[in-house]
Design a binder for this molecule. Structure first.
Ligand code: RIB
Length: 293
């Protein structure tokens, strides 16, 4: 089985704040850094660190060579990563305050992925291979349709959640990976109770394998009436950026290396809890040795 992670790459401009900036306010940051990020890149790195061989497909601008070098440093294959001559690489402006964050995205080259690139990349993959996607690139509905047609297994981390999600052929997705807020949106659920959110997902996606993270209350695997729960590992959060990406990569890698669902949830929770104790996105993802220890 080959693993294709088709997703975004962003320069993350990270500002540490003593409070999030308000309307009509101008404030100074406490600290600034520029890091490698993008949900696609973060999840490729997490898959690779968890032990899978991964191909990352996506698009950067002419300023994006550093992303190719960074992915290669962690063993991610970049054969299907292209450079756009006229657009800049995507970026994110991230404020971090007391462990929480808020993010503004500019898609840049991530939004220039077209049907031609999708067809070219998919021509190198076949039935039984795994495709991992998030909601930060263009042509996603087409990518899902073509990948399904070819018989790839599809895992979709529904982040960031927005109205576009409902235009995608979600019935072709094998694994949906969501946090609580994304789960409520997907299940069209008004209640904040975990049991109600789970019921709404079971009703809306009875065939799909769903993983839902609920912060300090752990994570759930939901498949029809089958339910598996994993407690969270309690840590002092410094920066939650890429915690979900770390969880997603480690969950899928552990599962596809032959472990049980319970074990995959446990390894993913440990990896995610280490990531939140560190600053930044891709740089906060632990190695498999750190997770085991
Ligand atoms: O999930 C975290 C990521 O979301 C950041 O790295 C940022 O680039 C945005 O894509």
């Amino acid at each position: 089985m080959k693993v294709l992670s088709f997703g975004s790459l962003n320069f993350d401009y990270v500002y540490e704040m003593d409070h999030f900036v308000q309307a009509k306010e101008t404030i100074s940051s406490l600290h600034y850094s520029r890091n490698f990020g993008g949900k696609g890149l973060n999840q490729s790195i997490a898959l690779a660190k968890a032990g899978l061989e991964v191909y990352h497909a996506g698009m950067v601008g002419l300023d994006g060579q550093a992303f190719i070098d960074y992915l290669q440093k962690y063993g991610v294959k970049t054969d299907y990563l292209t450079k756009n001559e006229s657009l800049a690489t995507g970026h994110a402006i991230i404020q971090v305050c007391q462990g929480e964050n808020c993010i503004i995205l500019h898609g840049g080259a991530n939004e220039a992925i077209d049907f031609k690139q999708v067809d070219e990349v998919l021509s190198h993959f076949e039935k039984g291979d795994l495709l991992l996607i998030q909601n930060e690139i263009s042509s996603l509905a087409y990518l899902i349709e073509r990948a399904h047609e070819k018989g790839l297994k599809i895992a979709f981390n529904v982040a960031p959640m927005n109205d576009k999600v409902f235009q995608y052929p979600l019935s072709f997705i094998d694994y949906l990976i969501v946090n609580e807020v994304e789960a409520k949106g997907l299940g069209n659920c008004d209640s904040d109770k975990i049991e109600d959110i789970i019921t709404s997902l079971q009703k809306a996606y009875p065939q799909t394998e769903i993983v839902m993270t609920v912060g300090s209350r752990g994570s759930y695997y939901i498949h029809g009436q089958e339910l598996v729960h994993q407690e969270a590992f309690v840590v002092q959060a410094k920066d939650t950026t890429a915690a979900g990406d770390t969880f997603t990569g480690f969950f899928l890698a552990t599962l596809f290396q032959g472990s049980t669902i319970q074990k995959a949830l446990q390894v993913a929770s440990k990896a995610g809890s280490i990531a939140v104790t560190r600053n930044g996105a891709a740089q906060s993802i632990p190695s498999i040795e750190e997770v085991k220890n």
